[in-house]
Design a protein around this ligand. Structure first.
Ligand code: 4NP
Length: 162
């Protein structure tokens, strides 16, 4: 069975495309491409169609991770298309749940930092208006969270023995 993950931030040009591409990097390294699929989206419409922010792309490149994709907006159909929806911060979390009016998908929406094993952060900080160190920090934090999330996903959905 394939587990589908959707990473969500505000603009879908910094944090969530980083999470998507970092997770894809881990999945490829471990030969798990048939087990886990990733996508990302933004709660806002600000940057629809844009590639990842060049400052974010430069930071990820330092870790050997190539950022690809184009920004899109989160929409209600994503609740049924994905198994887990990972919000980068509490505002994103609240804005996602606001679209789940009957509360039926609440359990699949999680905060990304809940999966960190080495960082104490509760949110992935928005690097957009800050300096380059903020982008570097986001990559580090997301590497930690993605490792923990991948372990969680594999525990939830073990490989079939057939
Ligand atoms: P992201 O970062 O949510 O991590 O993609 C941002 C991108 C754009 C804006 C804010 C945050 N903005 O205000 O345009």
């Amino acid at each position: 069975m394939v587990t589908k993950l959707l990473f969500v931030c505000l603009g879908n040009i910094c944090r969530s495309p980083s999470a998507e591409n970092i997770m894809n990097h881990l999945i490829q390294q471990r030969g798990l491409t048939d087990r886990v699929q990733c996508d990302s989206a933004g709660t806002s419409s600000y940057h629809i169609g844009s590639p990842p922010d060049r400052r974010m792309t430069a930071a990820a490149r330092q870790y050997g991770i190539h950022l690809q994709g184009r920004a899109r907006q989160f929409e209600a159909v994503d609740f049924t298309a994905f198994d887990w929806i990972l919000a980068m911060d509490r505002d994103n979390y609240r804005d996602i749940l606001a679209l789940d009016q009957r509360g039926q998908h609440h359990a699949k929406v999680k905060l990304m930092c809940d999966f960190c094993r080495h960082h104490a952060d509760q949110e992935v900080p928005d690097p957009y208006y800050g300096g380059p160190e903020g982008f570097d920090y986001v990559v580090n934090l997301l590497l930690d969270a993605c490792e923990g999330l991948l372990e969680f996903v594999l525990e939830q959905s073990p490989a079939s023995s057939s």
